[in-house]
Design a protein around this ligand. Structure first.
Ligand SMILES: Nc1ncnc2c1ncn2[C@@H]1O[C@H](COP(=O)(O)OP(=O)(O)OP(=O)(O)O)[C@@H](O)[C@H]1O
Length: 367
């Protein structure tokens, strides 16, 4: 007889969560499914509702509408300690008068575990986070990086199903961040605990997340693997928020062979429709083209072409960014691999173009 199918419960499911503060809606109709052991990054500008969403998952806020399931179990209305989660805050929220060893064991103390078991687990966790030598110190005697480890050890000791992290490396020096990011990613992979990581830093979100959830004005604008968000932004907000996109606004023209003509102040361009319905002629819309997808001095075979003047050339580590101006002052960015010889000078007039397949038509509304 065939083995019964294994049903893997989602670690977390948010079903149409809404949270209002008075008349202000901080989280609006947010739905999310987190697979077991997923690294999820909630990404968006300040005030978009990331922290409030996380606090709803933690049980620190109660949503006005919608449901929260953790490990397939409805937890909406349950207090934080009944949710199989742990949380780590940007300021680490360490208890100032408590020794490192005591704080790390605090979660187990709350769960009323026997003293001997707590001592054994604390010793193990301190060793695994390489902070045994700090056991008797107080938070005031720790560096930023050490506080971070202590906060993490404290969160992980109860082996939660989900770890919620609110800007967990935001308080660290830049020099430390990359190392800590790598450590946290490998910790997440090793333990198989789902991480929900709030950040406004897209580099963090794209380098860490299996799933990136982009929020704006209390709503999810797009969610998907980093590659999808980078290559196929679905809304003008996502395209504009993610570095390196040129966003063009215009009106729908004719569609032919799956390519829509879009009329913009810079000219008419062909953009693939892919799975989108053909918009009514004249309806307003937008599309984007990544700055590294532009081609210099394209020949006649390239249908989308713009005459521009180069305003500035800037270096961003591995690439060189050209900022160019077109008709009516529209700004276009063109990125070139930094190791290539510079081919466009400031002040130069130049034609840039792109293959039609590199244009990404946006959906009019968030989805
Ligand atoms: N307790 C509260 N009372 C009233 N408004 C609140 C409260 N908490 C949050 N808000 C508002 O809800 C909105 C979303 O806040 P939230 O902290 O979730 O945003 P965020 O995306 O995490 O921002 P940041 O990156 O700045 O932390 C903000 O406009 C904020 O001012």
């Amino acid at each position: 007889m065939a083995a019964p199918p294994v049903i893997r419960q989602l670690d977390l499911e948010l079903r149409n969560i809404r949270k209002r503060y008075g008349s202000f809606t901080a989280v609006d109709d947010v739905s999310l499914k987190v697979e077991p052991g997923q690294f999820v990054c909630l990404l968006g500008p300040s005030g978009c509702g990331k922290t409030t969403t996380l606090r709803c998952v933690a049980g620190l806020e109660e949503p006005d509408q919608g449901g929260i399931l953790i490990g397939g179990r409805e937890v909406t209305g349950d207090p934080p300690w009944k949710r199989d989660i742990a949380m780590m805050f940007q300021d680490f929220a360490l208890f100032p008068h408590m020794s490192v060893a005591r704080q790390v064991g605090f979660g187990l103390e709350m769960l009323k575990k026997p003293k001997a078991e707590i001592a054994k687990r604390v010793a193990e966790v301190l060793a695994s986070f390489e902070i045994t030598q700090l056991a008797e110190r107080r938070p005031g005697q720790l560096s930023g990086g050490q506080k971070q480890r202590v906060a993490l050890a404290r969160a992980m000791i109860t082996e939660p199903r989900i770890l919620l992290l609110d800007e967990p490396i935001g308080a660290l020096d830049y020099s430390l961040r990359e190392t800590v990011m790598l450590e946290l990613k490998s910790l997440q992979r090793r333990t198989g605990i789902s991480f929900i990581w709030v950040t406004h830093d897209q580099n963090e979100a794209f380098s860490l997340g299996d799933l990136v959830v982009v929020m704006n004005h209390a709503k999810i604008e797009q969610q998907g693997p980093p590659q999808d968000i980078l290559s196929r932004p679905r809304t003008p907000f996502v395209a504009g928020f993610i570095q390196g996109n040129n966003v063009f606004h215009g009106k729908a023209g004719r569609a032919q062979g799956g390519v829509l003509e879009v009329e913009t102040p810079l000219g008419a361009f062909g953009v693939p429709l892919l799975d989108l319905a053909t918009p009514a002629p004249g309806s307003p819309l937008s599309f984007s083209v990544r700055a590294e997808r532009l081609i210099e001095r394209p020949d006649e075979s390239v249908p989308n072409r713009i005459a521009l003047r180069c305003i500035t050339v800037e270096y961003f580590g591995a690439f060189r960014r050209h900022v160019l101006e077109g008709a009516g002052g529209a700004v276009v960015k063109y990125d070139q691999f930094g190791a290539l010889p510079q081919s466009i000078r400031e002040g130069e007039q130049i034609t840039l173009g792109w293959a039609a397949e590199n244009g990404v038509l946006h959906r009019a509304t968030p989805a």
